[in-house]
Write a new protein. Structure first.
Ligand code: HEC
Length: 147
């Protein structure tokens, strides 16, 4: 039946079109990308850690949760270290990505140990978090698309 054949053809070219559109959206900066969603979690955990290392009182009260939040950061880093992400200049640099993510993983691991110590002092912990933040900035400098 010609009619059916025609509509199947129309449908498949429509799907092809949608597929191509979907593909062009699947780059860093896409609101729905897995990395974007993960970064929203990273942002939330980062905010929690910053907020609760500000004073000795909030630090003591939330010390365990700070360590847990940091472990989530480490986990996300490990999950995405092998991803193929374009630099903000649309270049491929898989090695740079993995290196930057490994630095992030290593700093979050160190921070979790420092923050979890029984004798951990809030001012030291707050200062130590700068090492983690530094790895966020370094990666964003190269990989995070400008708004
Ligand atoms: C190895 C690279 C890398 C590291 C490390 C990294 N980021 Fe990102 N981040 C990105 C990229 C790439 C994007 C853009 C992704 C997107 O929006 O699709 C991004 C996006 C973001 C966004 C924007 C999300 C939004 O809702 O628009 C925030 C906030 C963010 N990162 C916070 C952080 C913080 C805080 C850290 C450290 C604790 C961190 N990132 C560590 C690569 C990284």
């Amino acid at each position: 039946m010609n009619y059916r054949k025609g509509s199947v053809l129309a449908l498949s070219s429509l799907l092809l079109g949608l597929g191509a559109a979907g593909l062009s959206l699947a780059v860093a900066g896409d609101e729905d990308s897995k990395l974007h969603k993960a970064m929203e979690v990273v942002q939330a955990k980062n905010g929690f850690i910053m907020k609760n290392t500000k004073t000795a009182a909030v630090f003591k009260k939330n010390q365990k949760d700070i360590v847990e939040a940091t472990k989530t950061l480490t986990k996300i880093g490990k999950e995405f270290r092998e991803d193929d992400v374009e630099t903000k200049d649309k270049k491929k640099d898989k090695k740079a990505w993995t290196d930057l993510m490994d630095a992030f993983v290593s700093e979050t691991e160190k921070f979790a140990v420092a923050a979890g110590k029984d004798d951990a002092k809030q001012p030291d912990v707050k200062k130590a978090y700068a090492n983690v933040s530094g790895t966020c900035t370094k990666c964003h400098d190269l990989f995070r698309p400008e708004e």
